[in-house]
Design a protein around this ligand. Sequence first.
Ligand SMILES: Cc1cc2nc3c(=O)[nH]c(=O)nc-3n(C[C@H](O)[C@H](O)[C@H](O)COP(=O)(O)OP(=O)(O)OC[C@H]3O[C@@H](n4cnc5c(N)ncnc54)[C@H](O)[C@@H]3O)c2cc1C
Length: 430
Amino acid sequence: MQTTLSERCLWLQTSAESPGHYPALANQEEAEVCVVGGGITGLSTALHLAEKGIKAILLEAGDIPTGGSGRNVGLVNAGLWIPPDDIVAALGEEKGERVNAILGGAPAKVFDLIERHDIACDATRTGTLHLGHNTKGCQELARRHAQLQNRGAPVTLLEGEACERITGTARIHTALLDKRAGTINPCAYTRGLARATATLGATLYCQSPVTGIERQKDRWRVLTQNGSVTANKVVMATNAYTEDDWNQVRQHFFTGHYYQLASAPLTGEAADAILPEKQGAWDTRTVLSSIRRDKAGRLLLGSLGKGEGKPLVYLNRWADTIKNYYFPKLGNIQWEYTWTGKIAFTPDHTLRIFEPAPGILSATGYNGRGITTGTVVGQGFAHYIANEDDSLLPLPLSQPTPIKARPLWSCAYESGFSLYHAGQCLRVLI
Ligand SMILES: Cc1cc2nc3c(=O)[nH]c(=O)nc-3n(C[C@H](O)[C@H](O)[C@H](O)COP(=O)(O)OP(=O)(O)OC[C@H]3O[C@@H](n4cnc5c(N)ncnc54)[C@H](O)[C@@H]3O)c2cc1C
C-alpha cells in the first residue's frame, strides 16, 4: 500500500500531446544560440528564435517536461501576484507599468501560440477566479479590482448569488473574475511547444544535462557528458530546477514547493455545481489553496508546501478538509493523483531577468506564475537576441545581487506552510 507521496502527475497521464522523441546530444555542435532547459521559458525562446530563422539548439537534462512547466496547476494568469499599484510603488512608474502591461497581456500570447500551433492542451478561456475567503480577503479583492479596472482590465467583482453560482460554494462571498486568463493542461502545452519548436527547425536534445559552460574566444561552449554546443549566445532557462553550483541562476532564487491532488472524475449534481464554467481558482488565504476542474471533471486541489516525504494520509486529510469546507455536498471522493513541484521564489516576489556574463541571458523567480511569464520572457529573449532590444521583456535586463541566506528563506517558508496546513487539518484555521 502506498503510504508516502509517490509522484503521479495527472497532466502527464492525460496529455493529448505526445512526449515526442528527442535524442541525447552525442556530438560537438554549433549554433547561434544554445538554450539550456526545456521548460516553457527555454522552449518559448527556441520557438521564437526559430520563427526568426535563428539557429538554436536546446539542451534538456531530463524529458520534456521535467520541471515546473509540466506539473503546475495550469492557471494561465494575468499579471504578477502583487497588485498593480504595489508593483509601481516597488519598482517605480516606468518599470512597474511595463511589467503590469506585458504580464497583463501575456495570457493572450499563450492562447495565440496554442491556436497558431494547434496545441492540444484543453485550453479554457473563461477566466480565473480569486476567491475572498474572509472579510480581509474580500477587501483585498475590492482593492485589486479597482486597480485593475483603472488600467482597463476586463475584471468583475462577483458577490452574493452570482458569486455562489460561479464558484459552487457558499463559503465565498466575493470573487474577482479576470477574463484575460484561463486554464490549460500544462504538460500538453509544454510538449506542444516542443513539437512546434522542432517543426520550425530548432534542434532539441533531451537526457542531456549541461555540466558546465566555458568561454571560447568570443563564443561560449556548453558542455554535456557526451558532447558540446558552441554558440554566440546562451539562454539559461533552468529556473527552479537549477541544481549545479556552476550555474549562477541558483543564486537568484530560493526554493519553495507546491503539491496537488486530483480526484477521480466526478459526476452528479453536487459535482456539476463546482466551477461550472471551468475557471481556475485560488483563495486569499495566507497559504493559498488552488481549486480547479479538469476536462474529465476531476476536482484538483493544491497548496504551497513540500509533498515529498509527507504521509499520503496527511495530504488526503488536507484535501478532504478543504473539499468538505468548500463543497460539503460532494461527500466522500477518491484522490487518484498526487504530485509536487519546485517553485523559484524571490524575497520581493518579483522575477529577475539578467545577464550573468556577456552573451548569457537568464530569468528566474517567477514566484509560481510561469506559464504566461515564461512564454513572454522567451519571446522577449528571442527579440533581444535578434534586435538588441529588450523592450518585449517584462523588465529590462539588470544585474541583481545574489539572494543572501537562501536555505534560511526556504526553511522559513516551508515551516510556515506546514504549520498552516497542520492548523487546517486540525480545523483551527479553516
Ligand atoms: C506545483 C506548481 C504549481 C504551479 N502553478 C502554476 C500555475 O498555475 N500557473 C503558472 O503560471 N505557474 C505556476 N507554477 C510556476 C510554473 O510552473 C513555473 O514558473 C514555470 O513552469 C517555469 O518554467 P521554466 O521553463 O522557467 O522552468 P522549468 O519548467 O522548471 O524548466 C527548467 C528545466 O531546466 C532543466 N534543467 C535544469 N538543470 C539543467 C541542466 N544542467 N542542463 C539541462 N537542463 C537543465 C530542468 O530539467 C527543467 O526541465 C507552478 C509551479 C509548480 C511547481
